[in-house]
Write a protein that binds this ligand. Structure first.
Ligand code: AKG
Ligand code: FE2
Length: 287
């Protein structure tokens, strides 16, 4: 075996992640096991883990550049939804969040627009990284999402845009900040603001009314890798200011091996391009 084949077969996470700070290559013993225990405790108690500088700086430049190069092929989506992701429920009480929709614009690459050979796809498909994410959440199993559009996305918020407050449809959300905004574009959330039974409506109502003092924010530079319970923590991104877009990768996982979204939901999220692909497939033609 020569050096090239060793590199080609290696788990790409080993080349991209700062293993001195974040020793995920061996979580069984020594400093890796200690690191994992700290992450598990943080996740269990607070519902989030934030790893600044998770990606080594030279690797980050390459990861950001390849995503930014792909962005001209992305769709610009206008997303209107309630914080629970549905449409307005007119039967809900007047002050209920189900009565209000929020809109934001995002330039979004779906998984099928991010080629397999990109470093970002290789990072996402890293068995080491998936195993780390599974263990931090103490899940018996965790799979990368099998949906051809949703699995890995890159989302750019252009100056002037925000990411409207919402809960995700998956329990735990994993993001990698590829390019931060000049100013603004801060990720803000209410850790564990709901359970399956209840919701902290005081905090939710306050955030929706614009009171940012109730929200948790981090100062995250590019290369920050964040896990948070997005399905249970109301969250969003404040308005991006300055000249450049804020670019994030969203890595989706599931406890089910073959988790896919319905065509209807994919069309709602990804718009016309996906509608055309799915219609052509139904008609027996590949697009
Ligand atoms: O860009 C971020 O930091 C969060 C994005 C997000 O909440 C989402 O895509 O669901
Ligand atoms: Fe989200």
């Amino acid at each position: 075996m020569n050096d090239m084949s060793i590199t080609a077969n290696a788990d790409m996470a080993l080349n991209l992640i700062d293993l001195e700070r974040y020793p995920i290559e061996n979580l069984e013993d020594g400093e890796g096991a200690e690191f994992l225990r700290t992450c598990q405790e943080q996740m269990e108690i607070h519902g989030w883990c934030n790893f600044d500088g998770f990606i080594k700086s030279h690797a980050l430049d390459a990861l950001a550049a390849e995503s930014i190069d792909l962005l001209p092929t992305a769709e610009t989506l206008t997303i209107t939804r309630t914080i629970y992701q549905g449409s307005v429920d007119p039967s809900a009480p007047a002050d209920d969040p189900r009565r209000k929709e929020y809109t934001h614009k995002a330039t979004q690459l779906a998984d099928d627009q991010i080629p397999e050979e990109t470093l970002l796809q290789q990072l996402y498909r890293s068995p080491l990284l998936t195993s780390f994410i599974q263990q931090v959440q103490e899940k018996p199993v965790l799979y990368r999402c099998a949906d051809e559009f949703q699995a890995l996305n890159v989302v750019a918020l252009q100056p002037g845009s925000w990411h409207a407050w919402h809960y995700d449809t998956t329990e735990c959300t994993v993001t990698l900040l590829l390019q931060s905004a000049d100013k603004g574009g801060e990720f803000a959330f209410l850790p564990n603001s709901r359970t399956n039974e209840t919701e902290d409506r005081d905090a939710v109502d306050a955030l929706l009314a614009g009171d940012m003092s109730v929200a948790k924010t981090f100062s995250r530079g590019a290369g920050a890798f964040t896990l948070f319970r997005g399905g249970y923590s109301l969250h969003g991104v404040t308005q991006v200011e300055g000249d450049r877009p804020r670019v994030t990768a969203i890595l989706t996982y599931s406890e089910e091996p073959n988790a896919v979204l319905s065509d209807e939901v994919n069309i709602r999220i990804y718009g016309k391009r996906v509608e055309k692909i799915l219609a052509a497939r139904k008609a027996g033609k590949a697009l």
